[in-house]
Design a protein around this ligand. Structure first.
Ligand SMILES: Nc1ncnc2c1ncn2[C@@H]1O[C@H](COP(=O)(O)OP(=O)(O)O)[C@@H](O)[C@H]1O
Ligand SMILES: [Mg+2]
Length: 246
């Protein structure tokens, strides 16, 4: 399938960035629209900014604590004890985690906004939309039945590709998929987990498939959950093999 963005979509350096305002403000983050103008063109970026610590509640802490690679012993101990230093450490890992997940998924060919760069409080990626409007979320779109069937198939392929990249999205639903030019574009990787080592990976994969399927079922698509899980690459034997061979 054709790439969502040409490889040279970004404005060349030297460039100037201009914040065009908030696209969406959420509990834990804000997404800004930023225009980057270089010598020959302007490109549009979405910048996700995480709110400062203590202004936001940490959801599902257990998903993060201690599973994101190697921190220092002091860090791990602080995270376990939920100290302020620990909270900062979780936050730093969380922001880095979302960015690194985006980079990995993009490299694996999953349809995501192309990553641009990290910032002190978040990261930048391609803006999905154009000068007129932002891409709507799938949840805000009513697809006709024929299109809905096609998009459900596309999304199963995307989930499969994520799993092959050893990642489970963890918060997938029609709210974290943008709909643009006939393509579903997956966003929001704050809850992504390692498919192989995370103890809840399989449970999260099943939930991702369930929640995403719910949107398509509402539109009249007939869905067999077991078959869908097989299509995305889940089977006990596959998981067992992966765990054994890792
Ligand atoms: N790359 C993007 N292009 C266009 N809109 C985006 C992009 N990333 C996020 N958004 C908008 O911002 C909203 C919030 O982003 P998301 O990553 O889902 O954060 P949250 O953690 O608040 O759910 C999305 O629902 C979407 O409307
Ligand atoms: Mg979201």
């Amino acid at each position: 399938m054709r790439a969502l963005f040409p490889s040279d979509w970004q404005a060349d350096a030297p460039y100037e960035d201009r914040d065009l305002g908030v696209l969406k403000a959420g509990k834990e983050s804000e997404v800004h629209l930023v225009a980057r103008t270089g010598a020959t063109r302007t490109c549009l970026m979405a910048e996700k900014r995480f709110k400062p610590r203590l202004q936001r509640a940490f959801r599902n802490d257990y998903l993060y604590a201690g599973v994101w690679g190697e921190g220092s012993r002091r860090e791990s101990r602080a995270i376990r004890k939920r100290s302020r230093f620990g909270q900062e450490a979780i936050e730093a890992r969380w922001m880095g985690h979302e960015w690194e997940t985006l980079v990995r998924l993009h490299a694996a060919g999953v349809t995501v906004p192309p990553p641009v760069e990290r910032t002190p409080d978040g990261y930048r990626m391609a803006f999905i939309g154009d000068g007129e409007r932002a891409a709507p979320r799938l949840a805000d779109v009513d697809l006709d039945l024929v299109t809905a069937r096609q998009v459900w198939r596309m999304l199963q392929t995307e989930i499969r590709r994520m799993l092959e990249a050893e990642l489970v999205h963890g918060d997938l639903s029609a709210f974290n998929v943008l709909w643009w030019r006939g393509r579903p574009v997956i966003i929001d990787f704050s809850q992504a987990v390692d498919a192989i080592v995370h103890p809840a990976a399989r449970e999260l994969l099943i939930r991702d498939v369930d929640r995403t399927a719910a949107y398509f079922r509402r539109l009249g698509v007939a869905i067999d959950p077991g078959a869908a899980l097989a299509v995305v690459g889940d089977s006990d034997s596959r998981f067992a093999r992966q765990v054994l061979s890792s």
